[in-house]
Ligand binder design. Structure first.
Ligand code: AP5
Length: 193
């Protein structure tokens, strides 16, 4: 059966969001991007958004408790809806979460409660030069050279340890993230069987 509980890992600009959105639509999965959810809170001016805004602008990680609460509520809602037999996505794709070991451990505890283990972790790999180019031509609020460099440092220090963590669990599949969006999508799709 096609894998349907997926996690996307990789540096900023690797294309996690682009690929996650398309794959989730094709496979009928719930797409949870903590970056998108946080930006929506910022845009709506909620207390949570106000707390996150300055941290995101600096390219640092928002507090674990805050992102965990967001992910927990979405996954619990989906599980409850499935238990009630309602129509809707059966699987999920987490994009940009977890970002450190504490988040990964909290996620594992939550998924144990829900009896929904991760089936695949896709590691999107891309050279720094290419990702810098991609991000600078996108131009989001946090896409300037200094902040991108800081996001990369944060990735290396806090998120990259998750690579060994998921490799140890035999869940990790590296994917070359260069080339066209369709080429990368085909590489990822081939891992779902
Ligand atoms: P987040 O939104 O997760 O940003 P990120 O990890 O830095 O990732 P990006 O969105 O920059 O890159 P991506 O890999 O998704 O690439 P994309 O598809 O967009 O996080 C932002 C901030 O929120 C964090 O810094 C932090 O403050 C906070 N945050 C989020 N999650 C958190 C968490 N769990 N804990 C704590 N804090 C958290 O593509 C990039 C560009 O490249 C686009 O323009 C795209 O069109 C283009 N592109 C994509 N694929 C290709 C291709 N194949 N060829 C050419 N161009 C391409």
């Amino acid at each position: 059966m096609t894998k349907q509980r997926l996690l996307f890992l990789g540096p900023p600009g690797a294309g996690k969001g682009t690929q996650a959105q398309q794959l989730a639509a094709r496979q009928g999965l719930l797409h949870l991007s903590t970056g998108d959810l946080l930006r929506a809170e910022v845009a709506a001016g909620t207390p949570l958004g106000q707390e996150a805004q300055a941290v995101m602008a600096r390219g640092e990680l928002v507090s674990d408790g805050l992102v965990l609460a967001i992910v927990r509520s979405r996954l619990e809602q989906q599980a409850a809806s499935l238990n009630r037999g309602e129509p809707g996505p059966r699987g999920w794709l987490l994009d940009g979460f977890p970002r450190n070991l504490a988040q990964a451990e909290a996620l594992e505890a939550l998924l144990n409660e829900l009896n929904q283990p991760i089936e695949l972790v896709v590691l999107m790999e891309l050279d720094d030069g290419v990702l810098m180019q991609r991000l600078l031509s996108r131009g989001r609020d946090d896409d300037n050279t200094a902040v991108i460099q800081h996001r990369l440092e944060v990735y290396r220090q806090q998120t990259a340890p998750l690579i060994a963590h998921y490799r140890q669990q035999n869940l990790l599949e590296p994917v070359a993230a260069e080339g066209s969006v369709d080429e990368v999508a085909a590489r990822i799709e081939s891992l779902l069987q």
